[in-house]
Design a protein around this ligand. Structure first.
Ligand code: CAO
Length: 415
């Protein structure tokens, strides 16, 4: 079956997580992704957090599926010639080097445009133009600068970063969308363009609701769905909201049976207004259906803590899965706190290809997250990540290099 991005060639200059997330998605959607790496070293993540000596780490393998790898010293004049040939052949150059690194390599926008005016140059940077534009940035820096850390955690604790890699993988997603849009626009203009996804901006986009709350707070001086209401004090910036829902339907994480020994024996419970009578019946508090102190959403906001304490008395008598079964019968929105161990074994995620088992020649079988975006006419087959330089000869041959010319480049350590 054909793939959505068949025929699109990506010159992949990405490393670590943000850029590789983007190009992996494009590869899963059918693009031919040629990853350019430093000879001998490769992407730094090949060697980071290794669980098997001398074998590409899971960090690398899980971010670089379906790509081809070539090694190339792009600072060597002969390496730059190869790169020029690749720029002429490819549609998109994706990079997430530190600010200025691409220019220092001589790969300026002007240079690329002269070689291939149709080329799209897509970049992840830590910050957009402004006072931090020259800074190197990793995941948690972006979470802190994008508003996630100041709004995550509990009111009486320090700012917290989240386990979801919203700075890296989140920005990779943003960049992938920008690239696909630029490819679409090129159909009518015939021209390439620059695409920039700064990590701070990407995180802020994902924290949009917190900027909403900042403005609500400034106008009304109170956020009634936050755990600080009604007893605590609000300052002039959005506070950390613990496990509050963040939306118009109050929610909280509640203990389930076994919580004393299992750190994940919890459930997320949403007191959606539409099912309030059902919630009252399930927990055995039928009088709350009509009691004016509990009957309406605004009234309940004044009593959220005791309400959740009472619901927790009920959830603690059930495992999280038993509670799910019962609550789902009444359409009460809830979700189990699943550990990575439980997710790895999840049959539905495996059946849908979101959890995949991949065979690797050096590490054997490993689990990965497959493509979470499902296209009915462009299914994803996850192929293992490439070994360092595995496709150098193949790609150079496609560019017209003879076997002798390739051997000469190798002898001079250009590839
Ligand atoms: N041949 C020759 N040189 C190469 C090369 C190749 N194939 N590939 C890379 N290089 C060179 C670069 O040109 C650069 O050289 P200069 O410093 O002389 O210009 C050098 O390798 C290092 O590149 P870098 O500065 O991007 O890498 P770093 O390890 O120092 O920094 C990071 C890593 C992630 C902090 C930085 O790249 C960055 O801020 N990127 C943008 C934001 C980003 O994506 N962050 C998320 C990363 S995932 O957490």
């Amino acid at each position: 079956m054909s793939k959505a991005l068949d025929g699109v060639r990506i010159l992949d200059f990405t490393h670590v997580q943000s850029g590789p997330t983007c190009t992996q998605l494009l590869a899963w959607l059918g693009a031919d992704v040629i990853k350019v790496e430093k000879a001998g070293e490769g992407d730094a993540t090949r060697g980071q957090l290794r669980d098997i000596p001398d074998v590409d780490s899971l960090y690398f393998t899980m971010l670089n599926h379906n790509k081809r790898s070539i090694t190339l010293d792009t600072k060597n004049p002969k390496g730059k010639e190869v790169l020029a040939a690749l720029i002429k052949e490819c549609d998109v150059l994706v990079e997430n080097f530190a600010p200025g690194a691409l220019d220092r390599m001589g790969i300026t926008w002007k240079y690329v445009q002269e070689l291939n005016p149709r080329m799209i140059v897509a970049s992840v940077k830590g910050f957009g133009p402004g006072r931090y534009q020259d800074c190197k940035v990793y995941e948690n820096v972006a979470q802190c600068a994008g508003g996630a850390a100041s709004t995550t955690g509990f009111d009486d604790g320090p700012p917290m970063v989240t386990g979801a890699q919203i700075g890296d993988s989140g920005t990779g997603l943003h960049l992938a969308l920008g690239i696909v849009a630029a490819l679409y626009q090129r159909n009518s203009t015939g021209r390439g363009q620059k695409v920039l996804a700064p990590m701070q901006d990407g995180v802020l986009n994902l924290c949009r609701v917190k900027l909403r709350d900042q403005q609500r707070l400034e106008r009304t001086h109170v956020l009634t769905e936050y755990p600080q209401y009604p007893d605590g004090k609000f300052g002039d910036a959005v506070p950390r909201a613990g496990n509050a829902s963040g939306g118009g339907q109050p929610g909280w994480i509640l203990k389930c049976k076994g919580w004393e020994t299992d750190p994940n024996a919890y459930i997320y419970f949403i007191t959606q207004a539409a099912v309030w009578p059902a919630i009252c019946k399930v927990i055995g508090e039928e009088s709350w259906i009509t009691d004016p102190a509990y009957a309406t959403p605004p009234a309940r906001l004044l009593h959220l803590k005791p309400i959740f304490q009472r619901i927790e008395q009920w959830t603690m008598t059930k495992t999280k899965f038993e509670a799910m079964e019962i609550l789902n019968e009444f359409d009460i929105p809830c979700g189990p706190i699943l550990s990575m161990k439980e997710i790895a074994a999840d049959e539905s995620l495996r059946a849908s290809g979101t959890i995949v088992e991949v065979e690797h020649p050096k590490r054997g079988k490993y689990l990965s997250v497959g493509n979470p975006i499902k296209l009915s006419d462009s299914p994803t087959e996850v192929r293992r990540s490439p070994l360092l330089g595995e496709h150098t000869d193949e790609v150079l041959a496609e560019l017209g290099y003879s076997k002798d010319a390739i051997a000469a480049l190798r002898a001079e350590r250009v590839i």
